[in-house]
Design a protein. Sequence first.
Length: 179
Amino acid sequence: MNSHLDEIRRGVAQLLPRLRRFGAALSGSVEEGDDIVQGAIERALTKSEQWQAGTRLDSWLFKIMQNIWRDEVRRRKGEEKKNQEFSVSGNATSVDGRRVTETMLMLAKTRERFSNLPDDQRLALALVVIDGRSYQEAADQLEIPIGTLMSRLSRARESLREMIEASAAQLNSATGTTR
């Protein structure tokens, strides 16, 4: 039993960078992603008997993380959505405020668009684009056929494109400009 727990601990240590990227992709925030990772590691260690040696530890941990995130989303549904605030602080004596603001707005819009994708599309995109997995690896991780993964990726990319175009059209109509 002790060697089983040691194997999980070693595996978690090796997987930590991937777990953190996946957590950030699930939640849209590094801080919340780290909370998901911490919860998943705690759950994995306290329920270590549920993992079978010889199976993929990463798949088991990613599934735990998905369950933790789904629980969190359910918990939040009853609560009012909180506005994300971004603050700029630094010690630089010369900062291009306009550029920083534009970059932060673009990042906030990207996170918002990503988080507005359905869970299945967001997870597929996160595994392939953020975690750098092959289509086959991502399909195996999500336990779906590769064709389903490719369909989800296509729909996710199309949805993001449509959101960007709608945002640009809205901005153009508000400013009276055309392209």
